[in-house]
Design a protein around this ligand. Structure first.
Ligand code: NDP
Length: 493
């Protein structure tokens, strides 16, 4: 088995304790890679390296163009090594190779390119004052960023944090999920090859609670904590951040509502709804796992939707023909299987799907279940969807908004007015109309309620990863002198 170390201060390193853990391939259910198992001492080593690189290194003081050149080189290297990186994520967590190679790796490279360019092309606001002064905004790097990521889109979600943090001149310690350690080490190796100075981008492997992850969030030398994962973990991390008043950004769970109106293009709605819930075997925070269909088209939609779900190819995720791989771990499979086993208990009917071989769950469509049942309310994080009929637009909105989550929603309609009207009142960070998973990196991404705090993307990432500073210059001393002493230096407003 190959070994993947922490990457600290430009060196790939074992843990100080010498401890390791293995990553299991969910298809073979055998260990396939070994990684360093970090603890508090390793977290301290990684944060200290990032601190030194921030306080004394060149990276935060480099121009955005010079940093951008290195980040673009890193994107090139990610593309050159696409096959290895995609295979690493597929073997770590079972996602079909067509998704890791066709979506995750290109989007990772695109994230580095976008944030490099965004930082370089950014402008800042200035405020001419009628007191003879002029104020403008600087966006200075915040410092050391702790980035904690989940296992469902390993490298891609890590790049959502690492790319803007680095582009804005911060140094980073990334802790990937314990189920998916490999691609993070690959990314850090490539960053060094791209010319990133030692200590700027560090990777710390290990577990979350009472271990490396927790030590990272509680470290006093960390200036920002950016986390993606479960809502419960988000609460723990927000509490850890509160101890040192460290700003925290939380991208958490979801239970996406997908509304199909009778006036939708049904063929398109079926195709997108399949993608919305079965991509990555349903292990997507944005999954459209509550599917509300207007009564007039319910039977026809359901027939087509169930047939399309049934036609998805389940199997070895390394096979390019396979669309549904195994779930990421034995523990996660047991959780999702628990929902499949209790469909009848919760009043539902299994229309198609059910348990598969090994850690797979076949695309599972549930009907006849009430909106209040557990399956319709809790984040299952697997290829399981509850289909519920509705009568009116008002009812659909009420059902969709009746959730503690608020990450995203989808709606399918050919009525332009309805599209805008409904999108405006859905309580969610993103609403997709007649599509799913399409992103503009300048747009805000994040959730309301239990789905998180803060937004990522474009200027939203800049706000989080920098300390905006107001600089006020005296431009016209005469104008200031002419003002009464008591109001000198203050705007008339
Ligand atoms: P977890 O919350 O279990 O773990 C996420 C990361 O946090 C892992 O690296 C984990 O380490 C670490 N961690 C766990 N506990 C602590 C702690 N006390 N202190 C510091 N770090 C900790 O989430 P999953 O990995 O299971 O990911 C699935 C979840 O992520 C789902 O709820 C999904 O909806 C959400 N998600 C949200 C997205 C969004 O953008 N809103 C996108 C993708 C996923 P370890 O691996 O050792 O447990």
């Amino acid at each position: 088995m190959d070994f993947y170390g922490h990457v600290i201060d430009g060196e790939e390193a074992a843990s100080l304790s010498g401890a390791t853990f293995s990553s299991t391939d969910p298809h073979t259910r055998r260990p396939w890679a070994e990684a360093a198992l970090g603890d508090g001492a390793d977290a301290d080593r990684a944060v200290s390296a990032a601190r030194r690189a921030f306080d004394h290194g060149h990276w935060p003081r480099m121009g955005t163009a010079e940093r951008g050149r290195i980040l673009h080189r890193l994107a090139d290297l990610i593309e050159e090594h696409a096959e290895d990186i995609a295979l690493a994520d597929t073997q770590d967590m079972g996602k079909p190779i067509t998704q890791s190679q066709g979506n995750d790796v290109p989007r990772t490279a695109a994230n580095f390119r976008f944030f490099a360019d965004h930082a370089r092309l950014s402008t800042s606001e200035s405020y001419p004052m009628d007191t003879g002064h002029h104020a403008y905004t600087r966006f200075d790097p915040a410092g050391v960023v702790a980035a904690i990521a989940p296992w469902n889109f390993p490298m891609m979600l890590e790049s959502w944090k690492v790319a803007p943090a680095l582009a804005w001149g911060n140094t980073v310690v990334l802790k990937p999920a314990e189920d998916t350690p490999v691609s993070a080490t690959l990314m850090a190796r490539l960053a060094l090859e791209a010319g990133m100075p030692p200590g700027v981008f560090n990777v710390l492997h290990g577990y979350g609670p009472d271990s490396a992850g927790q030590a990272l969030t509680e470290h006093p030398a960390v200036d920002r904590i950016t986390f993606t994962g479960e809502s419960g973990t988000g609460r723990v991390i927000a509490t850890a951040g509160a101890r040192h008043l460290t700003p925290v950004s939380l991208e958490l769970g979801g239970k996406g509502a997908n509304i199909v109106f009778a006036d939708a293009d049904l063929a398109g709605a079926v195709e997108w709804s399949i993608r919305a819930v079965f991509t990555n075997s349903g292990q997507v925070c944005l999954a459209g796992s509550r599917l509300y269909v207007q009564r007039e088209v319910y039977d026809e939609f359901l027939t087509r939707f169930a047939a399309a779900a049934d036609a998805l190819v389940v199997g070895d995720p390394r096979d390019p023909a396979v669309q549904i791989g195994p779930l990421a771990s034995a523990e996660h499979h047991a959780k999702v299987a628990g929902y499949v086993d209790t469909i009848a208990e919760q009043g539902g009917t299994l229309r198609t799907g059910g348990l598969g071989d090994g850690w797979t769950i076949r695309p599972t469509v549930i009907t006849g279940m009430d909106h209040t049942a557990r399956h319709a309310r809790e984040e299952i994080f697997g290829p399981v969807v509850v289909v519920i009929p509705f009568a009116t637009e008002a009812e659909a909105i009420e059902l969709a908004n009746d959730t503690p989550y608020g990450l995203n929603a989808m709606l399918f309609t050919e009525n332009l007015h309805r599209a805008h009207r409904v999108a405006a009142v859905l309580r969610a960070g993103t609403v997709w109309v007649n599509c799913f998973f399409v992103r503009d990196l300048r747009a805000p991404f994040g959730g309301v309620g239990d789905s998180g705090i803060g937004r990522e993307g474009g200027t939203f990432s800049r706000e989080f990863f920098t300390e905006p500073k107001a600089v006020v210059m005296q431009i016209d001393p005469a104008a200031d002198r002419d003002r009464p002493r008591s109001s000198r230096g203050r705007s008339a407003r």
